[in-house]
Design a protein around this ligand. Structure first.
Ligand code: 5RP
Length: 241
């Protein structure tokens, strides 16, 4: 039992715990973000002590960090079967649907997760919600036509759609796209919204991960870590490799 842990302390405990879930000799998908940062650090420790594994990174940031830790990195094209992807999320619903992309890596995160046998999601208790939508939904779009897309996304029920910027410049994803952060407040039907957004020309990918999470590993401020298994899961998005 701990005194109240901060959100950052929960992330560290989750990341370090997640490293214990990496089977020896496996290929795993490695997510992106401040929770996964601790997974990569601990995986680096374990590799230096003799653990053999290789990772498929979901972003340039993760690739660099993993390489700096001496972890063997392979591309998605060269990886072969991926046993499990371990990633964070911005929100996970009680029904195991996710919002991801707060770290701008949603496209490759979804591609790597879809190529994996299983997806384990590591989140603090504050991100485990009855319904998605409080966190603005990131949507990755082609830069040449982002303004008309704002109007079309508003028509799907978003209250506000904001181009993600840093230092007054649009944030570019690893794949050279823009991100629109879409404020819905509550998303009643994530699967239907995901389909509607994908029908808009210029949308590359959405941060809605539908039926992809097999396991939620949830960290609590009292130090507990609980696992929730998705008994309805048929593999990441039903696209078992
Ligand atoms: C990056 C993501 C991250 O998994 C998500 O933003 C959670 O990040 P963090 O662990 O830093 O809170 O989707 O695109």
């Amino acid at each position: 039992m701990y005194d109240e842990l901060s959100k950052d302390e929960i992330k560290q405990r989750l990341g370090e715990y997640a490293a214990t879930l990496v089977p020896a000799g496996s290929t795993i998908g490695l997510g992106t973000g401040t929770t996964v940062y601790w997974l990569i650090k601990e995986l680096g420790n374990r590799v230096r002590k003799g653990l053999s594994c290789q990772v498929v990174p979901t972003s340039e940031a993760t690739r660099k960090l993993a390489e700096d830790e001496g972890i063997r990195v392979v591309s998605l094209n060269d990886a072969g079967p991926i046993a499990v992807t371990i990633d964070g999320a911005d929100e996970a619903s009680f029904g195991f649907q996710l919002i991801k992309g707060g770290g701008a890596a949603l496209l490759q995160e979804k591609m790597v997760a879809a190529a994996s046998e299983k997806m384990i999601v590591i989140i603090g208790e504050d991100k485990h919600v009855p319904k998605l939508g409080k966190f603005p939904l990131p949507v990755e779009v082609i830069p040449a036509g982002w303004k008309p897309l704002v109007r079309k996304i508003l028509a799907t029920g978003a209250k506000e759609v904001i181009l993600r910027e840093k230092n007054d410049e649009p944030v570019l994803t690893d794949h050279g796209h823009y991100l629109l952060d879409c404020h819905y407040d509550v998303i009643d039907d994530p699967a239907a919204l995901n389909t509607s957004l994908h029908l808009l020309p210029g949308v590359v990918e959405t941060g809605l991960f539908i039926d992809m999470a097999d396991t939620l590993v949830i960290g609590y401020s009292n130090g507990d870590i609980m696992r929730e298994e998705n008994i309805h899961s048929t593999g990441t998005g039903g696209i078992k490799s």
